[in-house]
Design a protein around this ligand. Structure first.
Ligand code: ATP
Length: 200
């Protein structure tokens, strides 16, 4: 079974693209919400996070103390890297287990960060969802009610689009000019073919 990564900048349309693949019956692993769940439910990870950031990382009801954690990691890059180094292996492990229970020519792993943390290396191929910055900003402003400046500051923290384009195997343009659905159907056909070629 082929493992394909789907990534892209803020508001590029990663989730929208994955929902269309789901309509084609392709299983999708959404890494970011899954990571948030593992940070609460994976007891080994919980212990490691408490050791790294302190017991205050969790509220009394065992939920994440997001404000406390955000305050530490946004002010200390080493702590942010250390937290990522704990969460990423846990997500990789969870993804591998999830893959074992899937029965499909290929599966998708949707993640905001694939290139930045090297996790793309353990995947067969990567799809980059790409859209012009202005369109992405407008879409996120509409979706989340965030200000232009807060979105742009998150964009500035991400790997530049040109770097991601160099690393991606497949690019989906989500800019209103080319039909998203027809691009996805074409990629789906090719991936099913690739998967058959890998088996035989
Ligand atoms: P994030 O990085 O913030 O998680 P994302 O890359 O997953 O975002 P989506 O949530 O899929 O992006 O899309 C951002 C917003 O733009 C959503 O409200 C979505 O409905 C809208 N959108 C995405 N693609 C299109 C499109 N082709 N036409 C119209 N709206 C779109």
């Amino acid at each position: 079974m082929l493992k394909i990564g789907v990534t892209g900048g803020i508001g590029s349309g990663k989730t929208t693209v994955c929902k269309i693949f789901e309509v084609l019956d392709i299983p999708v692993y959404y890494a970011d919400p899954r990571a948030k769940l593992l940070m609460i439910e994976d007891s080994k990870l919980v212990k490691e996070i408490k050791k790294l950031l302190g017991d205050k990382s969790y509220n009394k009801d065992k939920s994440l103390n997001r404000k406390y954690i955000a305050n530490i990691i946004f002010n200390d890059k080493n702590k942010l890297n250390a937290l990522n180094a704990l969460v990423h292996p846990a997500v990789k492990n969870d993804f591998d287990k999830w893959c074992d229970s899937q029965n499909s020519p290929y599966v998708l792993k949707e993640a905001a960060l694939l290139f930045e943390n090297g996790s793309y290396k353990s995947l067969d191929k990567t799809i980059l969802v790409s859209a012009p910055l202005e369109l992405r900003v407008l879409r996120v402003m509409k979706r989340d009610n965030h200000t232009r400046e807060s979105i742009l500051s998150r964009v500035r923290n991400q790997m530049p689009e040109s770097e991601k384009e160099k690393l991606a195997n497949i690019i989906i343009k989500n800019d209103n000019d080319i039909s998203l659905i027809s691009q996805i159907i074409e990629i789906h056909r090719q991936l099913v073919k690739d998967s058959n070629a890998k088996i035989h």
